[in-house]
Design a protein around this ligand. Structure first.
Ligand code: GDP
Ligand code: GDP
Length: 499
């Protein structure tokens, strides 16, 4: 059992407060059919995977990315399986080459997967050779999948392992993606590399923290005055272009009933009440919409890119669709909303086409939406309370100012900085309010400081080895929100231990 092994050791590093884009990356590589997808699925369990399409010649191949959880470790995991759907000897490496070389350079660890039942395969040797040549900087962890039947017969496990070690990457870890055997060993092998990455990340933040000024510091840049980057995302036909037109107050974008009609040069920057707002990736999603097969899916890949570049994400939903559906949000919309928050962006949800609800059931429809949508968002994103939901009609130009005011408000909260002095005065008061589960073993927070803004990220320096529990962290997060008006945006609290 993974949890119990750390009893006497210092508390394990906390991966849960790190935004996804900064988590370490692990890629699964191996010849076809060794069980890469099976392992990927086990690692991400029921969490969503994002699928990227990589155009490769004329065929579209998928790379899947998900957030993996293994013991206390959390990492981004990439499954390259889709890339070799039609692979045969020789072509496999050719096909994966361009993708892999790119991704490998940014990966922190690599799982080289083989098949225990099939034994060492000529293609395994090829993969190994290729890795040595193209990724000499990454030390692969050799993993032997489908070992479940061999576990009972120790001899065959040992001889399979012996054979695999001929690949020259050390002794393999025997696992079974299907049954979950060997996951503890996998955890132990990944732990040093991934913790090392996290430590470096935390040290970088410590360095920032030292240069982080107080409220009184005159040299500090007021980040909330920097240009705001806004991404408008949503499925085709929900009214993104119409909203964009309304925001720009010019008919720059073509709008039509056909998804993807919009394209061409779009002004990507405008002024509102003396503030510059950049629109991120607008041309990108418009172009992408055009390629979409059918109008059903949200361009996840494009949205993800936007997510990483934007400060505030405006997710547009269609009121008319919601009123006729059981749930307010489609799967892709849920994925994007969650991702936005996990990436630490400000999220504003916009329910468009409210004019279509006019008519005999108008007031009950309005009520239904105004209750259902915020409720559903709270359910899918429980860690952030009060994500703003706006109801507009882009076509009639109603809601333009509301949208812009909300986007700016979210952005300013997202940029908030609180001085250490103020936080520690607050901490004293707030701690006496908290009912500790066990008074005697109560963790001692020596001090509390904000290490960065955008989104507000705090570190609690905890003395001794008693950790703050999830409940404690939730309490602190909620108190920060209530006391400093930070509702509706993601807030992170990490803990660090001091002797
Ligand atoms: P990929 O091509 O490397 O992604 O391989 P897949 O994940 O698609 O798996 C190939 C086949 O191996 C499938 O039929 C899986 O059900 C099977 N498989 C995957 N993992 C295991 C395992 O741990 N044990 C056994 N017995 N079969 C497995
Ligand atoms: P996009 O694919 O998300 O950019 O959607 P568009 O802006 O192209 O809009 C798709 C269709 O919905 C067009 O026919 C628009 O006129 C229509 N539409 C957009 N916003 C509204 C709205 O607020 N009310 C109504 N009734 N229709 C809208």
């Amino acid at each position: 059992n993974i949890k119990n092994t750390n009893k006497k050791a210092p508390p394990p590093l906390d991966f849960t407060q790190i935004q996804i884009s900064r988590l370490p990356t692990v890629i699964i590589i191996g010849r076809p059919n060794v069980g890469k997808s099976a392992l990927f699925n086990r690692l991400i369990r029921r969490r969503e995977a994002l699928v990227y399409n990589t155009p490769d010649d004329h065929v579209t191949r998928d790379i899947r990315e998900g957030v993996a959880k293994l013991g206390h470790l959390r990492f981004r995991v990439l499954d390259s399986a889709g890339l070799e759907a039609e692979a045969t000897s020789g072509s496999i490496l050719h096909r994966t080459a361009s993708f892999t070389a790119n991704v490998l350079s940014s990966s922190h660890s690599l799982l080289f997967l083989t098949d225990a039942r099939a034994g060492l395969h000529p293609l395994d040797l090829e993969v190994g050779k290729w890795l040595r040549k193209n990724a000499p900087q990454v030390k692969p962890i050799l993993v032997m999948n489908k070992s479940e039947s061999l576990f009972d017969a120790n001899d065959s496990l040992a001889s399979a392992a012996n054979e695999m070690s001929r690949l020259g990457f050390g002794d393999p870890i025997a696992i079974s993606a299907e049954t979950g055997l060997g996951m503890h060993d996998l955890h132990l092998s990944l732990k040093p590399v991934l913790e090392d990455h996290l430590l470096r990340l935390l040290n970088d933040e410590s360095a920032q923290e030292n240069s982080c000024g107080d409220e009184t510091s005159s040299t500090e840049v007021d980040e909330s005055k920097l240009p705001l980057q806004l991404a408008i995302v949503g499925r085709p036909n929900v009214g993104k272009s119409t909203l964009l037109n309304a925001l720009l107050q010019e008919d720059r974008v073509l709008v039509g009933p056909e998804a993807g009609l919009t394209r061409d040069a779009i002004r990507t920057q405008f002024e509102f009440q003396g503030r510059t707002i950049y629109l991120v990736d607008t041309a990108g999603w418009l172009q992408r919409t055009k390629q979409e097969k059918g109008a059903a899916s949200l361009s996840i890949m494009q949205s993800r890119k936007s997510l990483l570049r934007a400060h505030v994400i405006a997710l547009v939903l269609d009121a008319d669709e919601i009123i006729n559906a059981r749930r307010s949000m489609k799967h892709a919309e849920v994925v994007i909303a969650r991702r936005a928050v996990e990436e630490g962006r400000g999220l504003v949800v916009i329910v468009n086409k409210m004019d279509l609800l006019r008519g005999k059931n108008q007031s009950s429809s309005y009520e239904k939406l105004m209750e259902a949508v915020p409720q559903e968002i709270q359910t899918i994103i429980p860690q952030v309370t009060g994500i703003p939901v706006l109801f507009i009609s882009a076509l009639e130009g109603r809601g333009r100012t509301t949208v812009l005011h909300q986007v700016i408000d979210t952005y300013e909260k997202w940029c908030s900085r609180l001085s250490t002095a103020r936080l520690n005065r607050w901490l004293q008061k707030v701690m006496s309010r908290h009912s500790w589960k066990d008074q005697a073993a109560q963790p001692k927070i020596k001090y509390f400081t904000q290490v960065k803004a955008r989104p507000p990220t705090f570190v609690a320096f905890v003395r001794g080895k008693t950790q703050l529990s999830d409940t404690d962290i939730r309490f602190l997060t909620k108190s920060l929100k209530d006391d400093f008006d930070l509702g509706g945006i993601p807030i992170r609290i990490m803990q660090r231990f001091i002797p």
